[in-house]
Design a protein around this ligand. Structure first.
Ligand code: SF4
Length: 256
């Protein structure tokens, strides 16, 4: 199965999102390749072409270009419920992420005060104090956690070498009002085995999020050994999160 096309601009959508409603996307990453600190086995954008924990500045659009594109769009349209930092990889890797977050909030307040400002992040930079502070600009910081042990993190998310699970879990536990997003996939590369899920539940309990969003891969991915977890199993997992972690939990899927 071919991967999805990359976003070819800074602003994209609005797109209908299972979790965010009608979402205007902001891509802080390059337009012609995927740049991420992870290379997840289920990523719908295909393999990560540049995998690095702190890539150099020349990969990214400039602050002025991002803010001009966002302001131009916000002046013209109101047909969205959420402004979401996401795009062709991991948004927090942008070297000016903190400035972009605070300026995007200012623009949101000015032009679209009813819209929520959201972030989809893989959590790999959450241990950095500057990133944790910048997360405070978002109404909905949604942070990834697919694993509760280092072996599963390595197999499922294939992180850049410097990214460690203990750092991630410790950092996420310090973020108030956190939403965690978790992708659970079956198959020999996946994270759906019972012992693996138990360690994931233990990590979630340590983090103490407000909410956990659970989903699987709804479309086939290029990687063999990755299979969809059916919706009833995702719903059972959500129930386990509610009782074990004492967090809100929902399962999301697309009808196929
Ligand atoms: S963190 Fe997101 S963008 Fe990066 S490889 Fe994983 S799914 Fe793809």
């Amino acid at each position: 199965m071919n991967p999805l096309s990359l976003q070819n601009g800074i602003i994209y959508g609005p797109v209908r999102s299972r979790r965010l409603g009608c979402s205007l996307g902001v891509n802080l990453l390059p337009c012609d390749y995927k740049l991420c600190s992870f290379d997840c086995i289920y990523c719908h954008y295909g393999r990560t072409e540049v995998k690095a924990p702190s890539p150099s500045r020349e990969h990214f659009p400039g602050v002025r270009d991002v803010l001009a594109a966002l302001e131009r769009t916000l002046r013209q349209r109101r047909d969205f419920e959420t402004i979401t930092f996401s795009g062709n990889g991991e948004p927090t890797l942008h070297p000016d992420f903190a400035e972009l977050a605070s300026e995007a909030r200012r623009l949101r307040d000015r032009y679209a005060p009813a819209a929520k400002l959201a972030l989809l992040s893989n959590s790999s930079t959450a241990h950095r104090p500057d990133i944790r502070e910048a997360l405070g600009q978002f109404d909905l910081p949604i942070m990834k956690l697919d694993a509760g042990d280092s072996g599963t993190l390595a197999r499922v998310n294939r992180p850049a070498a410097q990214v460690g699970l203990d750092d991630m879990v410790g950092a996420l536990s310090q973020i108030p009002h956190l939403t965690v997003q978790s992708v659970i996939v079956a198959g020999h590369l996946g994270n759906a085995d019972e012992e693996v899920l138990e360690r994931w539940l233990a990590a979630l309990a340590r983090i103490g999020p407000r909410e956990v969003q659970i989903y699987s891969s709804d479309r086939p991915v290029a990687e063999t050994g990755v299979e969809r977890v059916p919706p009833p199993v995702l719903q059972q997992l959500a129930e386990r999160v509610r009782s074990r972690v004492r967090a809100g939990a929902s399962a999301y899927w697309c009808e196929t």
